[in-house]
Ligand binder design. Structure first.
Ligand SMILES: NC(=O)c1ccc[n+]([C@@H]2O[C@H](COP(=O)([O-])OP(=O)(O)OC[C@H]3O[C@@H](n4cnc5c(N)ncnc54)[C@H](OP(=O)(O)O)[C@@H]3O)[C@@H](O)[C@H]2O)c1
Length: 254
């Protein structure tokens, strides 16, 4: 038996594409206990039990009285809802994992303020493979000279609201940190879960780093790994790179 403390979770956006995948995995995991789940005010599932005969129901908001100490909140709903959710988490002392992408200035400000009081993990992509991709991208950017042109291709399903993707932006920022400005091209087509390709093309050769999400459970597994990591951390801002490091990945570029 594991000695790890139980992981109490509350999920905003619990019946969306991502939220439902996380909820399903959390309910199936003996290490997790779902103590809160929100849906939009217009949802048909409002006030319905999360599990048959379960004590937790889908609500419009999280009820502090129902959250045991140490509950980690996952923000998987919509960017418009994020500032209020971040303010509540900070006021209640709930660690906050943010999976929502396309953050606006109000969301950025709310997360910056919240991180002074609680640990906030910002994950535009919950994949540990994408966290590794960012590290490898920085290595490639430093190793390949200016005669190599860089470009990021971001391909997602037709329902995705933001473009470029949060992952593509984060990859571009990582490359900026390595001294390279790289343009992003986005495609929104069909049912593609999420593909990111970084190309460097130079004289006589082309080099590509590519990550393809093949199944939405990838994000659900990463979201639970992020929540588990964030439990008990000090206030501040964290990323999936910290989760990668905590699982044995090196903290610095390879
Ligand atoms: N970090 C990652 O790895 C990752 C992976 C995939 C997606 N994402 C991001 O995660 C977010 C959600 O994506 P998705 O594909 O799951 O979208 P989605 O299917 O539209 O899910 C969002 C859910 O949130 C609900 N919602 C809206 N306002 C709410 C509120 N105030 N409180 C609680 N729930 C509310 C929506 O309900 P209504 O439909 O009734 O509005 C919907 O059920 C997006 O920003 C997306 O880009 C991140």
């Amino acid at each position: 038996m594991s000695d790890a403390p139980p992981l109490f979770l509350a999920i905003h956006g619990a019946v969306g594409r991502l939220g439902a995948a996380v909820l399903e995995l959390a309910l199936a995991s003996p290490a997790c206990s779902v103590v809160g789940a929100t849906v939009s005010a217009r949802s048909d599932l409002l006030d319905c039990p999360v599990e048959p005969e379960g004590a937790v129901s889908f609500g419009k908001a999280l009820e502090p009285a129902a959250m045991p100490a140490g509950t980690v909140v996952l923000e998987l709903s919509r960017v418009e809802a994020l500032p209020a959710h971040a303010q509540q988490a900070a006021a209640q002392g709930w660690p906050l994992v943010v999976g929502v992408t396309g953050l606006d200035s109000a969301s950025e400000a709310a997360l910056t303020a919240a991180a002074k009081q609680i640990p906030v993990l910002r994950a535009p992509n919950f994949s540990l493979g994408v966290a590794l991709l960012k590290r490898l991208a920085q290595v490639a950017a430093k190793a390949l000279g200016p005669e190599f042109d860089g470009a990021i291709l971001d391909v997602h399903h037709r329902h995705k609201l933001d473009a470029p993707s949060g992952t593509a932006r984060a990859l571009a920022e990582a490359l900026q940190g390595a001294g390279r400005t790289v343009p992003i091209v986005s495609q929104r087509v069909g049912g593609v879960i999420g593909d990111h390709t970084l190309t460097f093309a130079g004289p006589g050769e082309r080099f590509e780093l590519r990550h393809q999400a093949e199944d939405r459970t990838l994000f659900a597994r990463g979201a639970l790994a992020a929540a588990s990591f964030l439990q008990g951390q000090a206030p501040g801002t964290y990323t999936m790179d910290d989760v990668l490091t905590s699982r044995g990945g090196q903290a610095t570029a390879l």
